[in-house]
Design a protein around this ligand. Structure first.
Ligand code: AMP
Length: 407
């Protein structure tokens, strides 16, 4: 089934067109800087050259029109007619406690996503704009919401409750939700395909290290703990997010620097993490270059980043009572042998031994084992594909849906 996958930010729409039986991606693209004087539109057919243009795109509805123009363009021949697209899969960041699985979007689902805006004020509103714009552009196909939080629904209460008054959980649903669920799900499934052991007996730690970063402990195929929390701010040090900090730091800063809520929010979300530590960049490639040129703060930022990963791996090995495999994925996890090496260095005592040569020679896009043959815990690099998970879920739900007689 041909599925359009949509991932909306406040000023961007990313899209992919995927044929789910063959898992072939027909094209990918992005509309950025929506609402600015000129927006940037990029469209890349799988077998063709990237088209890049700047245009006036007022809102997400215009962005969707532009995307359909690319898809229906006669020269590109990606799809002949709108009705060739059989479903639309939407990435929705926060499903709250309600959504344990992907779901066919109807008025009730839209209302529930609106109710979760409180929990994800930065993410759910643009996700909703994308849903509305896509439903206008493609009104005759099923639209499916795939939630970043859904995979972590299996967390036990001892992992999702915080040590704050229980009434705050009951009244406001303040708890750990976890994010990057589609990525943790996908890479763990890629690992299960390689092994003979029953999934129910496996213990895996997945490290999604990109601009946003999180780690999950997966027991018997189910997420049992994860580093992001109530919001994606918690856990590892990220590109610009601080990750775990002592909450008292915030009270202290309110007094010392007279920061208000807005500036505190910006401080921990946009000016912290690798960017804040290095004072130079949030991009790992830039940091590695500068560290190699002798910049001490860039090296420190890398050290803090890697140490935090190591701490979480250790902690999840305790939660899982050992683990069969540690999986690295996403921009940094897939591409940086340096970070992988540093993150799991000196862990022989826990049965983790990296093969440095294997680690260095990982080919982009390949699943590779990077631990030694005698390492008790396997270490692997597995490329993630969140869009494919969204497309497959959307196709399954669309097929099952009685509202889709055109399929
Ligand atoms: P993502 O959010 O998954 O797209 O990942 C973005 C992050 O991956 C950025 O910090 C990039 O610097 C990092 N990244 C991509 N390629 C490399 C590489 N070859 N070495 C180190 N970091 C990389």
């Amino acid at each position: 089934m041909l599925v359009l996958v949509i991932n909306c930010g406040s000023s961007s729409v990313k899209y992919d067109l995927i044929e789910t039986e063959t898992e072939k991606q027909f094209c990918t693209g992005m509309v950025e800087r929506i609402g600015a004087v000129t927006a940037i539109v990029k469209h890349k057919p799988a077998d063709g050259k990237e088209i890049k243009d700047s245009k006036v795109i007022h809102n997400h509805t215009d962005a969707l029109k532009q995307i359909l123009e690319f898809l229906l363009d006669e020269e590109n021949q990606i799809v002949e007619k709108k009705s060739d697209i059989k479903a639309v899969g939407h990435r929705v960041v926060h499903g709250g406690e309600q959504f344990k699985d992907s779901v066919l979007i109807d008025d009730n689902v839209i209302e529930a996503i609106e109710q979760a805006i409180d929990l994800a004020p930065l993410h759910n509103p643009p996700n909703l704009k994308g849903i509305q714009a896509a439903m206008e552009a493609l009104p005759n196909v099923p639209h499916v919401a795939v939630f970043d939080t859904a995979f972590h629904h299996s967390l036990p209460a001892h992992a999702y409750l915080y040590g704050i008054p229980n009434r705050l959980y009951r009244r406001y649903k303040i708890r750990r939700y976890g994010f990057h669920g589609t990525s943790h799900y996908f890479v763990s499934r890629q690992y299960y395909k390689r092994i003979e052991k029953p999934v129910s007996k496996t213990k895996v730690i997945t490290c999604h290290l990109g601009n946003g970063a999180s780690i999950a402990a997966i027991d018997g195929g189910k997420s049992v703990d994860t580093s992001m929390g109530f919001t994606p701010l918690a856990g590892l040090v990220m590109g610009t997010r601080c990750g775990d900090i002592d909450p008292s730091i915030l009270f202290y800063l309110v007094e010392k620097e007279e920061l208000n809520l807005h500036s505190l929010h910006a401080l921990v979300n946009r000016h912290s993490g690798l960017l804040g530590l290095s004072g130079f960049a949030s991009d790992m490639r830039d940091l590695i270059n500068e560290a190699d040129n002798g910049d001490r703060r860039c090296q420190q930022a890398i050290d803090v980043f890697c140490y935090k990963i190591k701490q979480y791996i250790g902690s999840y090995m305790a939660s899982l009572n050992g683990c069969d495999a540690i999986i690295f994925t996403a921009g940094i996890g897939e591409n940086s042998y340096r970070i992988r090496e540093q993150a799991v260095s000196n862990m022989e005592g826990l049965g983790i031994i990296l093969d440095k040569e294997r680690n260095k020679s990982v080919k982009p896009g390949q699943i590779e084992r990077i631990s030694t043959d005698d390492s008790r815990t396997e270490v692997l690099v597995v490329p993630t594909n969140e869009e494919l998970v969204i497309a497959i879920d959307a196709a399954k739900i669309a097929q099952a849906s009685s509202q889709s007689p055109w399929i």
